[in-house]
Design a protein. Structure first.
Length: 303
């Protein structure tokens, strides 16, 4: 077995088109695909200040590296933003801090503890009927947006990949929440509102396996562990289900995303009347009278 492009030993088989690639051809393929997504979907423009959402994990470290590489060649600036949710023995930002220092990347860290007064571990202990991932997702989205606004970034880049996005599409279908899907896609935002910083996803068409292989080959200092709360999540169930189907029917993840992108303009058109409200408690943008962040905080206070 050898690389499709040369005689070298392959390091990966691209599942969809069953192509084997060696280290250097895979690295080239990966970066080219991310750059193609950026160009095709107009994710980054000249003079942009891009806040890169970093967790210290393989996906976001790969994204930070790649966007920093682009920033050195093009007229854009980047900075890193990390959220410490307060998950014992999991969230680890030491390596990220070191990496940013060595590469002269400005890093800002926001924590649940400092911003909301509690850690995710506190919430899980206190309120049993709240799903940790739902709480984590709501609060993290709030903080990332807050960080991007405060830091005057005009784009917020996240490392969501093909696996993440196909899971989100299926989760929204299964929960009957199509309106939520209008917030998906390589660049998000149905309603233009200056309180929201547009989110961009350069890894949109790259798989989890490809991102993990890229991070491994580049030897980024990352932990490959899983969050202790991921086992209980609906996303975890959907991920296992899609992976199982993908194993038997190669190309399923791509098919989910491509058919979703075909439908997205219609979905956006159907929900274009949706207005962003202002939360009665905190004045932040919200889809209801009270935003999800305040609903969680209130529930926590009552307990
Ligand atoms: Fe948060 Fe759930 Fe991800 Fe853990 S698995 S970091 S709780 S969203």
């Amino acid at each position: 077995m050898s690389c499709k492009e040369c005689k070298e030993k392959p390091v990966i088989r691209l599942t969809n088109n069953k192509i084997d690639l060696c280290r250097s051809h895979f690295l080239r393929y990966f970066e080219k695909k991310a750059l193609k997504t950026i160009a095709k979907h107009h994710l980054i423009s000249k003079k942009d200040l891009v806040a890169v959402a970093c967790s210290g994990g393989k996906d976001s470290m790969s994204l930070l590296y790649l966007l920093n590489k682009i920033a050195r060649k093009r007229d854009i600036k980047i900075m890193a933003v990390a959220i410490d949710e307060g998950i014992k023995d999991y969230r680890e930002l030491k390596n990220l801090k070191k990496y940013c220092k060595e590469n002269k990347i400005n890093l800002k860290i926001y924590s649940f503890k400092k911003e909301f007064g509690f850690t995710l571990d506190n919430v899980v202990k206190k309120i049993k009927d709240l799903n940790p991932c739902s709480v984590c997702g709501v609060l993290r989205r709030r903080l990332l947006n807050k960080a991007a606004v405060e830091l005057k970034a005009n784009k917020l880049a996240t490392a969501h990949n093909l696996d993440d996005e196909s899971q989100s599409v299926m989760m929204n279908y299964m929960r009957g929440n199509l309106e939520r899907s209008t917030r998906l896609g390589p660049i998000t935002g149905l309603v233009k509102d200056k309180r929201f910083v547009p989110r961009i996803k350069p890894f949109y068409f790259l798989t989890e396996k490809e991102t993990a292989t890229y991070a491994y080959l580049k030897q980024f200092p990352v932990k490959f562990g899983e969050c202790p709360y991921s086992v209980d999540s609906f996303r975890g169930e959907i991920r296992d289900l899609i992976n199982e189907i993908e194993k038997r029917h190669s190309g399923t993840k791509n098919a989910i995303i491509n058919s979703f992108l075909g439908l997205l303009p219609c979905l956006k058109e159907s929900y274009k009347g949706s207005k962003v409200k202002t939360c009665r408690h905190c004045s932040e943008p919200s889809s209801g009278e009270i935003c999800n962040t305040c609903l969680i905080i209130n529930k926590l206070k009552k307990n």
